[in-house]
Design a protein around this ligand. Structure first.
Ligand SMILES: [Zn+2]
Length: 266
């Protein structure tokens, strides 16, 4: 049975934020809470799938998101030639997941059809819903679509043996999670359906939301798809650095291996 390795590239961090920025009605809103930024690589033998493409530092730095490692440097550290990557899964189109699209010149991109309708439709008239999207990157998606390099799929989509994508919505209209078969069972890469473990543990929403009821139902969907709560991976939580080992000492704090069991108690 085919299994996949999961690698996370910690490409940026923001140490200026507080709990109140991240969680609605938090009892300790002024306490600091770092927001880390990850993108991912799935590998099975010689097969490689890239998941999201990180953040363009020119777009992130004005918002305090400091680059730690460019995704292309992360791919290189994993021995990946970007020109040979054929499959890129985009979990949603927020700008911190859509930088470096053009660093993968031969890839076909996959995204929820509902996300494309959302980012090119009437909700983008509302600043609160469009603020995490960048028009030039959405235009780039339109070009990729017309070039036959962007495949827009339905809510539940079989990517390949051992990987499927599942719509949850909530954070944005087309947010998806990925279900990945690993040696230790089915892991769910929640992407921004969970920014922090705490949302899942306490059943609370993240502040950036298109639809909070879908966001909360997404927690249940993640539990259906994963073998256990210890098989769930959030997208922006610094606790990942305590729970999962780096691929090598020189990649500490930059590239983590996420398909192994997490350290307990972290
Ligand atoms: Zn994100």
């Amino acid at each position: 049975m085919k299994t996949w390795e999961i690698y996370a590239i910690r490409h940026a961090t923001n140490e200026t934020r507080t709990r109140g920025v991240n969680f609605i009605s938090d009892p300790d809103p002024t306490a600091p809470l770092t927001l880390d930024f990850f993108c991912w690589v799935l590998r099975s033998g010689r097969e490689v799938i890239v998941v999201d493409t990180g953040i363009d530092p020119a777009k992130g730095e004005p918002n305090g998101h400091r680059q730690v490692m460019s995704p292309p440097d992360g791919w290189a550290a994993l021995g990946i030639d970007p020109a040979e990557v054929s499959t890129v899964l985009l979990t949603h189109a927020h700008y911190d997941h859509l930088g470096y699209l053009d660093a993968l010149p031969n890839a076909r991109f996959y995204m929820q059809a509902e996300e494309m309708a959302y980012v090119t439709g009437p909700w983008m008239q509302k600043p609160t819903f469009r603020h995490a999207y960048k028009a030039d990157e959405i235009a780039r998606l339109v070009h990729l679509l017309h070039d036959g390099r962007l495949h827009l799929h339905g809510r539940d989509f079989d990517v390949t043996d051992g990987i499927s994508a599942h719509w949850v919505g909530g954070h944005c209209a087309g947010q998806e999670v990925l279900r990945i078969r690993t040696e230790r069972g089915w892991v769910v890469l929640a992407s921004d359906a969970l920014h922090y473990y705490e949302e899942f543990e306490r059943g609370i929403p993240f502040t950036v939301a298109f639809n909070i009821s879908d966001m909360m139902a997404g927690h249940d969907r993640i539990r259906e798809l994963a073998d256990s709560d210890d098989h769930v991976l959030p997208a922006h939580d610094p606790r990942l650095l305590d729970k999962y080992a780096a691929i090598s000492p020189d990649m500490a704090g930059r590239i983590l291996r996420l398909d192994h069991a997490p350290e307990t108690g972290a």
